[in-house]
Structures are given as C-alpha cells and as structure tokens.
Design a protein around this ligand. Structure first.
Ligand code: COA
Length: 171
C-alpha cells in the first residue's frame, strides 16, 4: 500500500531540486517562466537551509520499502509580515493527479506548524497561494484544502488564495 510523507530538505537535495526546478513542466507553471542557473539555485537553496524564511520539504512516496522523492512543498515567509507564508507545491509529472497532493500538504503542514510552535510561535498563521489562473487543477486543489480566493488579485494571470490556521502542536 502506498503512502506519502514529507521531510525537511537537506544539503544533498540541492541537485535534485535544481533538476526539478529547471524541468520544462515546472518552467511552464513558474511565475517567471525562466530557468535558473546552478549558481543562483545553489545560493538560494543554501540560504533557504538556514530555515529563517524559506521552509522546504521533500515529498516522498513510500511503496513497500521503496521511498521515492516525488516533489516539493515550500513555505516562504512574506517579507513584510511575520505571520504570513507563501505556499508553493509541486509533484513531478508522473505523480500529479493521483491524489498524493492532499496527504503531502497535510503532512508537511503538520511538520511546519510543529516547527513554528517549537520555536515559540503560538499565534495563527496565514498561508497564501499564488496560482496561474489557467492552472485549474491547482485552483481546485487549494479550494479542496479550504483556501479561499482573495478579493483583489494583482493581475488576471494569477489567482491569489488564502487560509488561516491555528499554530498548535500535534495532539
Ligand atoms: C497541485 C498539485 C500539487 C495537486 O496534487 P494532486 O495530487 O494532483 O492533487 P490531489 O491530491 O487533489 O489529487 C486529486 C486528483 O487526483 C485524482 N485521483 C486519482 N486517484 C486518486 C486517489 N486515490 N485519491 C484522490 N484523488 C485521486 C482525482 O481525481 C483528482 O483529480 P481532479 O482534481 O481533477 O478531480 C499537483 O497537481 C501538481 O504538482 N501540479 C503541478 C504544480 C502546480 O500546479 N503547483 C501549484 C502551484 S503552487
């Protein structure tokens, strides 16, 4: 029986995330639609590992004893607000549309909220998602997870969604 889990990204994930980031599927969905250089990626990733503003989790599929990395979920602190994070998630192409996104989100969110709580954050947090408006699967995905559309989108190309969650530890 398959199941999905997540773990914090570590240094050895650098090449994998670089490969995923520059894959044509990701380029198509990214806001910039540009590839990144290895140098820029490495700089971004190494600073992210300090976990002060960018919290990256690797999504893993467990099939029996086989563990396969299948995607990434990231919570990025909004520059101007301590309690707001931008969420971004992707599954690499053979693994999307099979129902793995929802358990991956639930698992990573639990990891992330526990981490914040251990760091002394007991306030609620807001997660914002910015999705290309033509990306209907992703819009449906976030709606199923309780995200609602924000009223003032900054551009028609992107839809902004949001949810607010209590920052409490696992029961
Ligand atoms: C957005 C994304 C993470 C969602 O993950 P997902 O696994 O595809 O989404 P879900 O967990 O909701 O899976 C549900 C879909 O899988 C199908 N599915 C197949 N088997 C299933 C199962 N056993 N259980 C649940 N759903 C299943 C469902 O029919 C559903 O399709 P639908 O939404 O068209 O009805 C994923 O599609 C993805 O990586 N997309 C590309 C990147 C992207 O767009 N990221 C968002 C921008 S931040």
């Amino acid at each position: 029986m398959n199941h999905v889990s997540t773990r914090p990204a570590r240094l050895t994930d650098l090449p994998r995330l670089f490969y995923w980031r520059n894959h044509p599927d990701q380029i198509q969905l990214s806001s910039s639609k540009q590839t990144v250089s290895f140098t820029d990626h490495a700089r971004w990733f190494l600073s992210s590992l300090s976990r002060n503003y960018n919290h990256i989790y690797i999504i893993r599929l467990h099939t029996g004893s086989l563990v396969t990395p299948i995607g990434q979920i990231r919570f990025t602190k909004a520059l101007d607000h301590a309690q707001i994070y931008i969420i971004s998630i992707y599954l690499i192409s053979p693994f999307s549309g099979q129902g793995f996104g929802q358990p991956a989100y639930t698992h990573a969110l639990r990891n992330f909220l526990n981490y914040l709580f251990r760091k002394g954050n007991t306030d609620s947090i807001t997660l914002n998602a910015v999705v290309r408006s033509e990306n209907t699967r992703s819009l449906r995905f976030f709606a199923k997870l309780g995200f609602t559309r924000m009223t003032q989108p900054q551009s028609n190309d992107f839809t902004h969604l949001s949810t607010t969650l209590a920052c409490s530890p696992d029961e």
